[in-house]
Design a protein around this ligand. Structure first.
Ligand SMILES: Cc1ncc(COP(=O)(O)O)c(C=O)c1O
Length: 445
């Protein structure tokens, strides 16, 4: 293994990093990782409360998953997508068996953005319409249509974007765009707003509604009762394709195989990536309903990727799904949410004036931090940077200093460890967060 100085020097001289001003970053070299932890070169251990980019659902270096990849590498590393391949077929079958309703086919990609890109392409050709409605407060990836669909500041610097992407407000009871008094009202009013948006955009122009089943990076916004079923009904009424982006929410994160299972709603297309194989190899895809697949029975699907259905990536998905089943990881994630993480965070919240709301499910939780619980003024402004973001940066630094790697975004801390984390490890991480939150409390008015 290289020494830390070499890793740093090569990185600084030659690696061009995502979403960064290259001269203003100092990426920490990681020496190794195992289970819920990773280590730096000084041997300092971090509890990964972020699952890297909320994708290492199975934990780091799961021995059976590593072995399955090694075994496949010894057999067949790559074949072109035009051939049939055992692991690709098996991965597609396993995913289709897990998916709800008539979602029986899988188009594989290398990640989440490409999955959304191709889902939009399918919906447009299937309906013969061009517009896609997506939410403010969303992230769908950084390729052309995916970043155009994105409803957060990452889109701004990419504008002008693809045409035909229209944004609407989703439900967010804590900061309701509809002045709703409770979840029921929020659900009803958000549905009425979607219906109005469709009426004014022209129902006959809209190919798809694209939404994150549970909004991830933009706040862990769990849809209120009735919302997803209501969106499904509206889409049915107007012949609009419903695309559920489960790149972050799927494969255990919400305590379900697919997050939609929690509400028993069947979309027309589900996009996935991250948790499908915990990022051990790049993999994503679109699960496709029978009617949409039928559109492409006699008609060519105009999209493809050299690595669509890559055997090594697909072998890792097959192994990961088997491990999830045999080790009861979905059930464990659900239990963590109901019995461990949710109760512990609610208890912590009682001690801290800076915690405005605790929300989530499974292993997908957010603490929304405020300066004042009454006014709900965010601890830092929307999209804060530089000195304005200091209170959140202090909090993150305090967690890291105490050996917990947090996920922070705007005025929130997300608690998103691997789905395999133990209750003791959760307690260890939340105890650190509890201490660090006193720094946020100091900013309360
Ligand atoms: C909900 C959602 N969709 C899409 C993406 C994009 O996935 P990728 O980075 O694999 O392209 C992400 C990534 O964080 C995501 O959270």
């Amino acid at each position: 293994m290289s020494d830390e100085a070499t890793v740093r020097a090569d990185d600084r001289a030659h690696v061009f990093h995502s979403w960064s001003a290259q001269g203003l970053i100092d990426p920490m070299p990681i020496a190794e990782a195992r289970g819920s932890h990773f280590w730096d070169y000084a041997g300092k251990r971090y509890l990964d409360f972020s699952s890297q980019l909320v994708n290492v659902n199975i934990g780091h270096q799961h021995p059976r998953l590593v072995a399955a990849i090694q075994e496949q590498a010894g057999k067949l590393c790559t074949v072109a997508p035009s051939f049939a391949n055992d692991k690709r077929g098996e991965a597609a079958r396993l995913i289709a068996e897990l998916a709800p309703g008539d979602l029986n086919r899988v188009f594989f990609t290398n990640g989440g953005a490409e999955a959304n890109e191709n889902a939009i392409r399918m919906a447009r050709i299937h309906t013969g319409r061009h517009k896609v409605l997506a939410m403010y407060r969303s992230y769908h990836g950084s390729t052309a249509a995916a970043i155009s669909a994105t409803g957060d500041p990452r889109r701004w610097a990419n504008e002008p974007t693809a045409i035909g992407l229209v944004h609407f407000w989703g439900p967010y009871p804590y900061r309701s765009a509809f002045h709703a008094a409770d979840e029921t009202q929020e659900s009803e009013r958000a549905l009425a707003h979607l219906r109005d948006t469709i009426a004014f955009e022209g129902p006959g122009t809209i190919a798809a509604v694209l939404l994150e089943t549970v909004v991830g990076t933009n706040g862990i916004l769990v849809p209120p009762p009735g919302y997803l079923a209501g969106v499904r009904a509206i889409c049915d009424e107007y012949g609009i394709v419903l695309i559920a982006d489960e790149v972050m929410a799927g494969f255990g994160r919400c305590g379900e195989w697919f997050a939609v299972d929690h509400w028993r709603v069947t979309p027309d297309l589900i996009t996935f990536a991250k948790g499908v194989n915990s990022g051990y190899l790049p993999l994503g895809g679109v699960v496709i309903s029978d009617p949409i697949a039928e559109t492409f029975r006699e008609r060519v699907f105009p999209g493809g990727l050299t690595y669509s259905g890559h055997p090594l990536a697909c072998a890792s998905a097959v192994a990961s799904i088997q491990i999830f089943k045999e080790e009861g990881i979905i059930e464990h994630a659900r239990m963590l949410g109901e019995e461990v993480i949710g109760p512990a965070l609610r208890e912590v919240a009682q001690r801290h004036p800076s915690v405005g709301e605790v929300r989530g499910l499974g292993v997908f939780w957010a603490l929304e931090l405020v300066r004042d619980q009454e006014t709900r003024e965010p601890l830092v402004p929307y999209n804060a940077a530089g000195p304005a973001a200091a209170p959140m940066n202090e909090l993150a630094a305090a967690c890291k200093q105490r050996g917990v790697w947090p996920f922070t975004h705007f005025n929130r801390v997300h608690v998103v460890p691997p789905c395999t984390i133990t209750a003791d490890e959760v307690a260890e991480g939340i105890a650190v967060l509890d201490e660090a939150l006193t720094l946020a409390d100091a900013h309360c008015t």
